[in-house]
Write a protein that binds this ligand. Sequence first.
Ligand SMILES: [Zn+2]
Length: 480
Amino acid sequence: MFNNILFVVLGLIILFFAVIIIRALCFKPYKQPVVSNETVDFDRDVAVENLRQLVMCKTISYTDKSLEDEKEFDKLLSLLPKLYPNVYANTELITFKSRGILLKWKGKSSEKPSVMMSHYDVVPVNEEGWSVPPFDGVIKDGVLWGRGTCDTKITLNGVMTAVDNLAKQGFIPENDVYLAFSGGEEVNGEFANETVDYFDKNGIVPELVVDEGGAVVENVFPGVKTPCALVGIAEKGMIDLKYTAVSNGGHASAPKPNTPVVSLAKACTKVEKKPFKMHLTVPVRRMFDVLGRHSTFVYKLIFANLWCFGWVLDLLAKKSGGEMNALLRTTVAFTQMEGSSAPNVLPPEAYMVSNMRLNPSDTVVSAFNEIKKKVSNDKISLEILHSVNPSRISQVDCDSYRKVESAIISTYKGAIVSPYLMVQCSDSRSYGKISDKVYRFSASDFTKEERAGIHGHNEKIRVDVISRAVEFYIRLLKTC
Ligand SMILES: [Zn+2]
């Protein structure tokens, strides 16, 4: 009897291992689309010089509008018709209340329009941290230095140079193409909403929207050494949440228990100790399914068997934090805190702020309620300072995604194209209202150093990356 049970248990264990190993062995890479070897024709030196000109415009956005230099924005806008004359000769310019321009390139049909988005404003610089002046357009050793080179005048120049060259050759796109460039993306400007309203009112339903987002990057997925081209098919939401605790204040020499700072510290610890539950949302599932197949055998054992190893992933992500963890759950980062104004005074009021990034499985309301539950202290008041829900999730099994995928594969040869969840915010979230084919891909193959320059010191880009951005857009526009 005992022997029989032992054999059954042993049999089940062997079966379990056999199943997970066979699943891992069968977890082979998907076939990627055919690479086009057609060469694209344009003057690469002109493309680099044009981007250099754009970078030399100091188009810095500030939340405090009075700090902005409107002349620099005007300078850039008046440069565009000079740098890309064939674009302006072949498109209609539509302007809005906010800074930003929409150009309509009429196609043979208006049935399946595309929108190519970018922005020409940049974040401020701290010049002391830079090795070269950030707005001088310095090129040395095949690298263009400057604020905005990567984020994201490179894509603006990419799409403008592409249209300029195609239009010059007499090319007319199959469908209308709109070029939408914001002048205030870095400060959540209104341009994206204005253009979406314009499309909505005019019954224009984009069949394809491309905005900044993922890029061609290396060493971003466990066990994958090949460069990965990440296409954001959704982005997380956000809440800035303020926690306030009050007391009667008083002298610090005779404190009572649970002063405001202590209450806040306890709340902070509770939230940190109980992370939000892991949820494998569609974009992340698709990413694991595509990239997991290119990983090493040990990781394949996990990614091919998430039905039984999901908890391992959860544990590893919780321990390591960072990007992998951010893909799996709503995250909470405590960013600000303030108590009293003197070391020996108990604060009558203290507050802290957390910046939360919402997984597509959450909403602003559900995430807020969960924090309330975690804190479970009526004496701490919670106030949402700013919030946005996660974006709509775009389709992957459709021609629009495949067009982006083909243009990527033919330009960045050897890269694996994969959908992913963007953990930052972009203007393209507004387009969820009118389209479920919104793809977030910055046409650039970034090195680790180049990525570090985005919003940081010494932003720079190799000149051949500038040309590849143009190639990508020429290939994509030919299919639009
Ligand atoms: Zn940007």
